[in-house]
Each structure stands twice: as C-alpha cells, then as structure tokens.
Design a protein around this ligand. Structure first.
Ligand SMILES: [Mg+2]
Length: 349
C-alpha cells in the first residue's frame, strides 16, 4: 500500500475562555490539518498548530514544509515501511518540528487504520484514559484562586498555575491558589521562562516557608540558561521540569549531563512527532530523568496522539494534556476530568 497524496487544510478553534501565559494571550486559533492518503483508500490525519515563540513555526510555514519539502519525500513510499519513510522525510529539512509532527501523526494514523487497530495499539499499548492536569491562566491572585476552586470541583486533581512576574505577585498567586483548594490537589507551577534563577529561589523559598507544597516547578528560567536551570534544580526541594529547554533528544541528553532538571516535558510539536518522542523519552529515562507529556495550545485531535503515546510510556503519570479541554467544541479527545481519552474515530477518520 503506497502513499499517493499528502494534503493540508485549516480549521478554526474557539476557546471556552481566554488562555493567558507569560508569553501570550489566546482566545481562538487555527489548526493545520494534515491528511495522508494511499492508493488503497486508507487515510490518516492529524492537526497541528504553529507556535512561533516555541518552535519558530507558523501555520503558513507548516503548510509550506509539509507540501513542498516533507510530504513529497513520502509520495510513493510503502506504508509497511513507514518508520524509515518518516526518518527520511525528517532528514529532508532541519527544524520544522511541528510540520514533521503533523506528517508523523497522520502517517501513524494511516497505518493504524490500515491494520484496523487504534493508534495506542500501533504504539504497543492498549488504549486507556490518561490523567491530566488543567492549566490556570495567568491572572490576578483572586481570579486564579476562584478558577482553581472551580477546576478542583470539576474533578481535576492537578492544577498547573501559569505565573510570569512580578515575583511578589507570583508568590501571592501561588499562595492564593493553595488556600482555595484541598491539600489533596497537586499544584504545579509553570513560569514559562519568566524568572531569573535568583527569582525562582526567592519564590520557591517564600511559598515553601508559607507551608505550600508544590509538585513541581516548570521552566523557571529562559530556555538557553542551563546554568540557571541547574542552579535552581540543585537548590530547591521541588522537582524542576524542563519544557522550552527540552525539544530534541540532544537537548535532553545535555540537560541530563548538566543535572539541569529532574523531569522533561515532552511535546510532539517540539520534537517532531511520535517516533521522535519515543526516542526523547528513552534518552530521558537513560539519563535518569522523569517524563511528562504535554501539548501546545492545540486541538483535541492533536492531543489525542499524545494520549495514545502516554498509554505506552508513563501511563500512570498525571500528564499535561488539557489543551483539547479548552476548546468550546471538543473533538478528537474526550475529557472526563481528571481523565482524557482519545476518541474512537480518530484512529480511522
Ligand atoms: Mg510549559
């Protein structure tokens, strides 16, 4: 069975409420849909979103990369040899990991559809729901506290607080959220690169002294500041997660060698898809680092691929896969907090 066409399209996603981090505010966005078709009528599809500040890609650059560079490598290739075909396509272009992810997931879904199995089964695991946190958008402390209470009531057992300075306000935000929810709710803090190492130590010192327990601190300092990240990891009692610092397997090896974090947040769009993510996870485990799966602000169909991957790797972990929950109209991933599962139809659209 040979691949005969690779196509792209666009679709709009409106959020249930605006999503704010230290880097940006979003109320709606467009996704790029990637279809892979074969001579036997089998189709696989995926949805990805250009996140310029993280991977340097836009939806337009994704379409250009898929249609002009990566896709043509796959035309005429046999689905039974999909892994080599994807490796060849990825080698045709440096970077452009979100475009590569779109193609990788669409091809995996085509193979799953051809074999009449789910994406999880193709990856070597039974489909199962995966626990996820939910993000608390960056806002004033009382607003974040009220939202935290609502999310805990809805059934989420882990909350990821977006912070972003000034430091005194971030300390207030964390304490306000901690007061608003039962102690059984895990609190994760994501600074999205907003602090210096010194500021990170100040915030964690202050909230710890106030009796707040954090499950982890994600990306406190700028992506390139491995020295700062290592200093924070060495000095705080809270595990440190690398996100923007951890794109590729090579990045993760560097982080492990530098003792710069405890856990890596793996996202398909940062590394280039399922095949690359399995390699990144293997490097993390070999380096003694924990693995957490996350996603960009993307559609449920995008998240569903990572849900399938999480069923194979670290299925017991509470992952960071709430992106599809933010959509006003949900598709691809079904949320029953704190769980998310891949929708049945996604394996064979
Ligand atoms: Mg993050």
């Amino acid at each position: 069975m040979r691949i005969t066409a690779v196509e792209t399209g666009r679709r709009g996603v409106r959020l249930r409420s605006s999503f704010r981090t230290a880097l940006r505010e979003v109320t709606d966005f467009e996704v790029v849909t990637v279809w892979v078709r074969t001579d036997d009528g089998v189709t696989g599809c995926s949805e990805v979103v250009g996140t310029a500040r993280i991977t340097g890609e836009t939806n337009a650059s994704i379409e250009e990369a898929v249609n002009k560079v990566l896709g043509p490598v796959l035309i005429g290739r046999d689905l039974s040899d999909y892994s080599v075909a994807l490796t060849d396509a990825a080698a045709a272009m440096v970077g452009n990991t979100t475009a590569k992810c779109g193609l990788d997931v669409a091809v995996h879904r085509a193979v799953a559809a051809w074999r009449a199995i789910t994406l999880s089964e193709l990856l070597g695991a039974a489909p199962r729901p995966i626990a996820t946190d939910v993000t608390l958008s960056l806002a004033a402390p009382p607003v974040m506290a009220a939202e935290a209470a609502r999310r805990a009531n809805e059934g989420f057992g882990a909350l990821k607080l977006k912070v972003g300075g000034p430091v005194a306000l971030d300390i207030e935000r964390i304490q306000a959220v901690a007061r608003a929810v039962p102690a059984t709710v895990a609190l994760r803090v994501d600074a999205n690169q907003a602090w210096t190492a010194k500021q990170a130590l100040e915030v964690i010192g202050a909230v710890t002294a106030a009796g707040v327990t954090l499950e982890f601190l994600e990306q406190p300092v700028p992506a390139a500041d491995l020295t700062g990240l290592a200093a924070v990891t060495a000095r705080i009692p809270v595990p440190v997660v690398a996100d923007e610092s951890a794109h590729s397997a090579a990045d993760v090896r560097r982080l492990a060698d530098a003792g710069a974090c405890d856990v890596v947040n793996i996202k398909l769009a940062k590394c280039g898809g399922l095949q690359a993510a399995l390699e990144v996870a293997a490097v993390a485990c070999a380096g003694g680092l924990g693995v957490l799966f996350g996603s960009m602000l993307e559609s449920g169909t995008g998240v569903a691929a990572t849900v399938a991957l999480a069923s194979r790797v670290a299925a017991e972990q509470v992952h960071d896969l709430d992106a599809g929950w933010w959509a006003e109209v949900q598709s691809g991933a079904v949320y029953e907090p704190p769980l998310v599962r891949a929708e049945d139809g996604v394996a064979a659209p």
